[in-house]
Ligand binder design. Sequence first.
Ligand code: NAI
Length: 341
Amino acid sequence: MKIAFFDTKDYDVPFFTRLGKERDILFKFYETRLNGDTCELARGFDGVCVFVNDDLSSAVIEKLYSYGVRIIALRCAGYNNVDLKACFGRIHVVRVPAYSPYAVAEHTMALLLTSVRRIHKAYNRTKDFNFSLSGLTGFDLHGKTVGVIGTGKIGRIFIDICRGFGMHVIAYDKYPAAGYDYVPLDELFARSDIISLHCPLSEDTYHIIGEETIGKLKKGVVILNTSRGALIDAEALLDGIKRRIVGAACLDVYEEESDVFFHDFSGHIVEDDTLARLISMPNVIVTSHQAFLTEEALENIADTTTKNLADFRQGAHLENELCYQCGNEEDCKKKRREKCF
Ligand code: NAI
């Protein structure tokens, strides 16, 4: 089985080469992202393996299908970049639903602690033998209220971590589960000292932190986003910071990240003024979509992806298949352990 692997990072290659060999899958690694201009590279391959910023719009899917591609293996959980409707009946789509929710939840807490205890500033100071404490006053997390939006796999682990710190947790989820203190969204905005986003990006959640929301937030709130960039309207966030409503923001994702994240732009002029302005703020910390990046997660991503591909080759049930009909009670074939089409 031959798979064209797009948007390859150096850390992907050893894991996928090793597990690909074990399952008799040959990966051709391309550094370039998949889009309308590069999809020609997939001609003659059985499938493509893609990541969060590859373009799987209907025009690209059309071309991939005509080149003979029959499976898209997402090596991530989110799939907002795939036009599932355009794939239906032609190309099967599989993903890695969970590879290490701990990696993302722990990174979220790492960002929060770094921000509120000013670790990033202290690190730079002591590197320069500056041992002054001026301006480094933080605040205790113990006793603070954290509002968690999205109580799925990652959100729940983050909640456990927060409870370990003695924080009071309130939550919002479109599909509430037992064991959490759910409140309406506006109440969460009004009461939370810290807000952490762990819901997927959808029409419902697009700019869930936006111009209108900013006015509803508690003064000094810390906003954490390790989910998807477009959950936050970055311009509105900047405005909230300038108006001193938002006390700090920690962002592992950014709406326009596909043009900059994962690449080295040091020594270059970054064209994105909003990102440049955010990064210039003393109370904003940006990491470049690295929350998932642990040894354990990389092993799990490669293991599940190669298993998804091997199952497809063998005509077996595709446990991690996605389609636009999935979840539809009457028509969902996956529930009957069949392929989506
Ligand atoms: P999950 O599917 O287990 O949980 C998502 C939760 O969001 C569910 O409880 C669901 O009911 C809830 N939800 C759905 N629609 C909602 C809405 N409109 N409003 C509020 N809640 C809603 O997903 P998981 O594994 O916890 O991942 C969460 C997100 O984290 C993913 O969607 C992905 O975008 C992001 N992620 C980021 C990574 C990174 O490296 N920064 C790595 C992995 C995932």
